[in-house]
Design a protein around this ligand. Structure first.
Ligand SMILES: Cc1ncc(COP(=O)(O)O)c(C=O)c1O
Length: 378
């Protein structure tokens, strides 16, 4: 994996262990992104009224193929929060209905749901999934305890943010379907992190970020909407839609493709991002996972805290570990100022955590530096 760093724009003087937050764009994809911006500015009118639609089409088809859905079931969004927000304000829930999520969900989206819940008098329930996570059966049983006759929607991450855990969601989606509960999956971390086939997963809605593990430009994300729901999912910003220039026969795509004047260059890079992933990233991911499994064990030895999972299939290319009580409050600043290590610390469930991400540009040396810094600082 040595030399992979050269493919990225990251400052070579820092140790970057935070791919999970905002990703890092590879050089070929960034060049493609800028190329689209130049094409746009070369003839803005022709591009925005004509050329952009075929380019969007090509990019969407490549992405649909990559994530396992039909080419008219996916729309681009700049990020997962806008994608989920667009779904929740289209829901037709009644006062007293319930939305069930875990207590590991992404903070911004918990806020979004909570605000919606207050406005609509809908109960937002954050079901506790006790840690450490051990077996799939226990995880499902713990989550399903939150389901009641009022549960109308399940909102669940496939990989969680602060706790960095892979949730086995397949059976929960099947169980929800039997009870006519809508499933909205937050897969922000999934594309190019885990194999993804949305049709096989069977959920109603799925959002994924392409600027994280697919290494696309910031602002490239998507929302999958199952065909049967496309009639009632409308954009929050209503624009030209079927009265515009978009030649597609799908009213759903027309509604979402043109959402006022904006730079769609990030959306157009998907064929290049997928190609880069297939050629340069995929074959190195096994090494990344091995480094994470080892780091998960080493965290326990260095920090002397209990792990939040048994490792193994709960982990992909990230791992989070509770920090001990004696951790200095300015640990993050010290890691950056003294060691040039970029790594996030989170508070979750009244406990501080450190979360490591390993992407193909990282090596074991980066983890060694982190562990030796933690030994000195804590
Ligand atoms: C689990 C999860 N969901 C959603 C998001 C999306 O955040 P944003 O909409 O700001 O890109 C993130 C970002 O880190 C995340 O970790």
């Amino acid at each position: 994996m040595n030399g992979m760093k050269d493919w990225f724009l990251l400052d070579p003087n820092m140790t970057f262990l935070n791919h999970g937050s905002f990703g890092a764009c590879s050089k070929p994809v960034f060049e493609n992104y800028q190329e689209w911006q130049r094409i746009l500015e070369n003839q803005p009118v022709q591009f925005m009224t004509d050329h952009v639609y075929s380019a969007l089409n090509d990019s969407r088809i490549a992405l649909c193929d990559f994530v396992g859905c039909d080419e008219d079931e996916l729309i681009f969004f700049p990020n997962s929060t806008t994608a989920v927000t667009n779904v929740l304000y289209n829901l037709d829930l009644k006062s007293g209905d319930e939305v069930l999520m875990s207590n590991h969900e992404y903070g911004a989206l918990v806020r979004a749901w909570t605000m919606y819940g207050k406005k609509m008098n809908v109960k937002i329930i954050q079901q506790e999934i006790p840690i450490p996570l051990t077996t799939e059966e226990k995880f499902i049983a713990d989550f399903w305890k939150g389901v009641t006759l009022q549960t109308k929607v399940i909102f669940l991450s496939q990989i969680t943010s602060s706790t960095a855990l892979i949730f086995p969601i397949e059976k929960i989606i099947k169980m929800a379907k039997k009870r006519h509960i809508l499933t909205i999956i937050d897969g922000a971390h999934i594309p190019a992190h885990m194999p993804l086939n949305i049709h096989e997963l069977g959920c109603d809605f799925f959002t994924g970020a392409c600027h994280k593990w697919l290494c696309g430009p910031k602002g490239s994300s998507f929302l999958f909407v199952k065909k049967e729901h496309q009639g009632w999912i409308k954009p929050l910003v209503v624009s030209w839609g079927k009265n515009g220039d978009d030649p597609t026969p799908s009213e759903f795509l027309q509604d979402f493709n043109w959402q006022v004047t904006r730079d769609m260059s990030a959306f157009l890079t998907m064929p290049t991002a997928i190609d880069f992933y297939q050629k340069e990233i995929r074959s190195n991911q096994g090494t990344c996972r091995k480094i994470i499994q080892d780091a998960h064990s080493e965290f326990q030895a260095v920090l002397n805290t209990e792990p939040i999972s048994t490792g193994g299939t709960w982990l992909g290319q990230m791992a989070a570990q509770p920090l001990p009580d004696q951790t200095p409050p300015d640990l993050k600043e010290k890691l950056w100022n003294d060691y040039q290590i970029e790594i996030p610390l989170f508070e979750w469930n009244n406990q501080r955590y450190i979360r490591i991400s390993i992407q193909v540009y990282n090596t074991q040396k980066d983890v060694d530096l982190l562990m030796s810094a933690l030994r000195s600082l804590i």
